[in-house]
Structures are given as structure tokens and as C-alpha cells.
Design a protein around this ligand. Structure first.
Ligand SMILES: Cc1cc2nc3c(=O)[nH]c(=O)nc-3n(C[C@H](O)[C@H](O)[C@H](O)COP(=O)(O)OP(=O)(O)OC[C@H]3O[C@@H](n4cnc5c(N)ncnc54)[C@H](O)[C@@H]3O)c2cc1C
Length: 320
């Protein structure tokens, strides 16, 4: 497969581009390429503005424990672009709270309000003349072409649905043999008053503020227990153990009247767990990644430049 983006994607202006997937990655890519003059249609299976993964994401913008070093730097660059872009937008989405990991403070970290982030990207896309066609699942790229008509380029940013969509056009790309990783969950806990003013990570438990009197929490231990037992995350299966973990780790008694909601989703990533960004056929380009919340604003910019013939070296390790 190509080691750099194919030059025949160059000059986006006036090209008709269909982006499949209106999660954080697809929405950022669609907005940035529309701003470069492409005629963009953003298509998604669900109603635009939310996806399973964006609802279940802890949405911590960070570079901790990411290997190799090039991937860690990419995540650090993503965090910087969140801070800069969010501060300059009418709909800010990045909340810089700092993070405390086992007692050590990382002041630049924060979390993303994914609903606001998606709303901001969709607003940018529409301002640049792009259109959104949501609630439209497609079974294959042939089906897509039949629905939307001729396109110069298709960008597949379909999260866990990516491998199935591109299987027919990229059967030899081993890294696309799957695009769904482990299931995870996010609990949103509404309480009258709480002491959580930053992201806290303690022995596999992660807790953060979530705005409007809520906190959000995930536990890697409970996630693994559910996986081993073949049980799906829900309020009933998660909350009793999660409440114990929070109280034990933070020394804070969760009020009995707490109202809890649990969302779950599989983590999108390539078969080797790493991001995959680049052309898989002459007119098909893929953007698939874990840490998608952290990376989306940066990847949107880099992919738009890539498709305009200006490949950034940071994309080289992510090629198919
Ligand atoms: C539990 C959990 C915790 C996480 N924590 C973090 C974190 O702390 N920090 C971080 O940076 N990242 C985190 N992530 C990862 C991050 O949330 C994801 O990488 C990101 O949300 C993925 O965005 P996406 O746009 O690639 O995919 P998605 O949000 O999954 O969007 C996929 C889109 O493709 C569309 N689609 C799929 N198939 C089809 C089809 N056949 N036809 C039409 N449309 C289709 C869907 O409708 C949807 O619009 C976490 C993820 C999970 C699940």
C-alpha cells in the first residue's frame, strides 16, 4: 500500500467528497476539507450530533502512556490544537481541568464536551457549504455510491464500522482486518454537590467533572470483570461496584440520591490497536483511531492537508 497519500487526491477545491461517519473524527475531517473548497457530504448511520463512542468516551485529552514516542507527541499536539481551536470558537468544547494521576498533577490536560465539540464541527462544515445526510446506514461503498451519486473521493471515518465498509476495496490491508476493540463504559452521576474539580486517575479508576453538577467515571477493573463474565455494562451491572470504587479511592461518600446513567461502546482502532490514516484505494481514504477525542482536531487538519497533496511527516507512522 502507498506510504504517503496519493497525489491524485491533490487540490480539494471543487472536488466532490463524501465522508462516511459523523463522529469526532469524521466531523473534523469533513469540516476541514470543506474549508479547503471541497463539496462535502457527511453521511452517518445515526442522527448527527452524537455517536455511541462519543457518548461512552471518557474524553480525556492526554498523552499519558502512549507508545511509541511519535504517537505520544501526536497526542500532545492534539491536546494543544484542542485548547487553541476551542478557545477561538463560538462553541467552546475543551475544559482544561488538569489531571491528577496517582497524586501527580498534569495541568494541561482536560476533557472534551463531545456534544459541543460535534456541534462546533458540524457548524463549521455547514458554514463552509457542506451538507449532512444522517440516519442513513450504508451496507457497502457500492451502496453508498448508489445513494449519493458520483464522488471524487470517499473518506471512511466510520469508527468500528470501518473494516466492514472497506473490506471489498482493501482486502490486503491486514491492519483493517478489524476495527473494533474492547467494549468500555462511561457512568454519568448527577449529585447535588461533589468534590471533583479535575480529572483523577487512581489505580484504574478515572473520574472527572462533567458539567451541570455531574461527574463522569470509568473503571478499567470493572470493565475487565464485565468482559470476563460476558456481561454488558448498564446501571445495574456497573453502579454497585463503581460506587464502592469511587468511595474507596476518593474518600468521598456518594449521596444516596445520586442519579446514574451508563453508556457503553466498543473502542474503534485498527487490528494492531494503532491509528490508521491514508489511502486504501485510488478514491478511498481511511481515518480510524483510538484516542480519537484527543486526536480529532489535529487529524482533521493533517488529513485535509494530506488530501490537498501536502503530506505531514506525522502521518507516516499511521499509514495503512
Ligand atoms: C469507553 C471509551 C472510553 C474512551 N476514552 C477516551 C479518552 O479518554 N480519550 C480519548 O481521546 N479517546 C477515548 N476514547 C476513544 C474515542 O472516544 C474514540 O476514538 C472516538 O470517539 C471515535 O470517534 P470516531 O469518529 O472515529 O467514531 P464514532 O464516534 O464511532 O463514529 C462513527 C461514525 O460512523 C458512522 N457509521 C459507522 N458505520 C456506518 C455505516 N455502515 N453507514 C453509515 N455510517 C456509519 C456512525 O453512524 C458514526 O457517525 C474512548 C472510547 C471509548 C469507547
Amino acid at each position: 500500500m502507498t506510504s504517503t497519500a496519493r497525489r491524485d487526491h491533490a487540490a480539494l477545491a471543487r472536488r466532490r467528497v463524501v465522508v462516511v461517519g459523523a463522529g469526532v473524527v469524521g466531523a473534523c475531517v469533513a469540516a476541514r476539507i470543506a474549508e479547503r473548497g471541497a463539496d462535502v457530504v457527511l453521511l452517518a448511520a445515526e442522527p448527527a450530533g452524537s455517536t455511541e463512542a462519543s457518548r461512552a468516551s471518557f474524553a480525556w485529552v492526554n498523552d499519558h502512556g502512549k507508545e511509541p514516542a511519535s504517537y505520544r507527541r501526536l497526542n500532545a499536539d492534539g491536546r494543544r490544537r484542542h485548547a487553541e481551536r476551542s478557545a477561538a470558537h463560538d462553541i467552546p468544547w475543551f475544559i482544561r481541568t488538569g489531571a491528577e494521576i496517582d497524586g501527580v498533577l498534569y495541568p494541561d490536560d482536560g476533557y472534551v464536551d463531545t456534544a459541543a465539540f460535534l456541534a462546533a464541527q458540524l457548524a463549521d462544515l455547514r458554514s463552509a457549504g457542506g451538507t449532512v445526510r444522517d440516519a442513513t446506514p450504508v451496507a457497502s461503498l457500492e451502496h453508498l455510491r448508489g445513494l449519493v451519486g458520483p464522488a471524487d473521493l470517499i473518506v471512511v471515518a466510520a469508527g468500528t464500522g470501518t473494516a466492514a465498509l472497506v473490506a471489498a476495496v482493501s482486502p490486503r490491508v491486514q491492519r483493517l482486518s478489524s476495527s473494533a476493540g474492547d467494549d468500555g463504559f462511561l457512568a454519568r452521576i448527577e449529585v447535588d454537590g461533589h468534590p471533583i474539580d479535575r480529572i483523577r486517575s487512581v489505580a484504574g479508576l478515572q473520574v472527572r467533572p462533567d458539567g451541570d453538577g455531574r461527574i463522569a467515571a470509568q473503571s478499567l477493573r470493572i470493565e475487565a470483570d464485565l468482559r470476563d463474565a460476558g456481561v454488558t455494562a448498564s446501571v445495574d451491572t456497573v453502579w454497585p461496584a463503581l460506587r464502592d470504587e469511587i468511595e474507596h479511592a476518593l474518600g468521598w461518600r456518594v449521596p444516596a440520591a445520586a442519579r446514574v446513567r451508563v453508556d457503553h461502546a466498543a473502542r474503534p482502532h485498527a487490528a494492531d490497536g494503532m491509528p490508521l490514516v491514508g489511502a486504501v484505494a485510488d478514491d478511498v481514504y481511511v481515518a480510524l483511531t483510538h484516542s480519537g477525542v484527543t486526536l480529532a482536531p489535529l487529524l482533521g487538519e493533517l488529513i485535509a492537508r494530506d488530501l490537498d497533496g501536502d503530506a505531514d511527516p506525522r502521518l507516516v507512522p499511521l499509514r495503512p
